[in-house]
Design a protein around this ligand. Sequence first.
Ligand code: HAM
Length: 347
Amino acid sequence: MFTFTDKGGRDVALRPEGTAGAVRAYIENRLYADGTYKKLFYEGSMFRHERPQKGRYREFHQIGAEILGTANPLADAEIIKIADEILKALKVPATIEINSLGCKKCRPAYREALLEYLNSRREELCEDCQRRLERNPLRILDCKEEGCQLIASQAPKITDYLCEECKAHYESVKNYLTALGVEYRENPHLVRGLDYYSKTVFECISEELGKTVIAGGRYDYLVEELGGPPTPALGFAAGVERLALLVKELPPEKPLILVIPFGGEREKAHALKVAQTLREHGLRVELSYREGKLRKQFEFANKIGAHFTVVVGENELREGRYPLKNLLAREEKKLTLEEIIATLKNL
Ligand code: HAM
């Protein structure tokens, strides 16, 4: 983390991620009080004191979503499905890997088995991992050093140590993902870089980038650890820069409609209302603030990349019909506002 003392002598840290903040907001605003689960989302810059390289920055952006207040594995499947949908919508190829990290009941036994194994190979571990052995042996499974990866591949698997409840939860998540048609690969050595996880964890890994682009999982103890009531929760975050590096095709943009007032105050006021009505129907609309001849207005429409124009002049006001011009097809039809809305929404 980037930590420093500010001018007021306060110790501050730049946020490295959004989950802890979302959890604090949940607790401080007593969002648990009505007994229903809550869905939160966020986007913004995050800061990590890392060695920069392609796809790894000290300031980067995440979009994330969290569900707080449910232990139901249906939520795990839906969270992973959102990640899958983001990748599909942006045509970013990535493999979804999943694992279960167990709970307070079953993880200690696994930790012990893992420690015993890792201690037997202590000398072969990198320096960082020798230190991790004391503090957080699970993270050794995540080490990128070749030697450590080999050792990790032969380590005991957490999935062999899951308690009945965690096993059933993991089975349900897998069944639901299959029902949703989400392709995934089980990776019993997937542990994640943050320490709050329990049960389900997942990562969407880009082979092209050699990095994870979206990741998340359950953190059933974090709300309690930060001072709230026991609250099972889960979520994910996507790295915006990593997605941007990999995106093959942006989802098609909505066509842009330029509404052109033509005439005096009455026509302008009416054009204002027409633009607003079209927007209220979910259309992407720009109202022209340009003055002058229609020819100039159409030049402006081309400049801003408009696909359609709607002219609102004196005749249009009288007839209640407006020329809808398709600038690409160079076609024009006189339509009522309802017909314009129907035409544009059906594109
Ligand atoms: P994370 O895996 O640390 O998880 O980060 C999520 C995503 O942020 C990564 O998959 C990656 O795309 C992006 N990211 C992380 N570090 C960098 C970096 N230095 N440069 C560029 N992109 C980066 C979390 O942050 C958890 N809060 C996710 C979560 C939400 N778990 C539960 N709820």
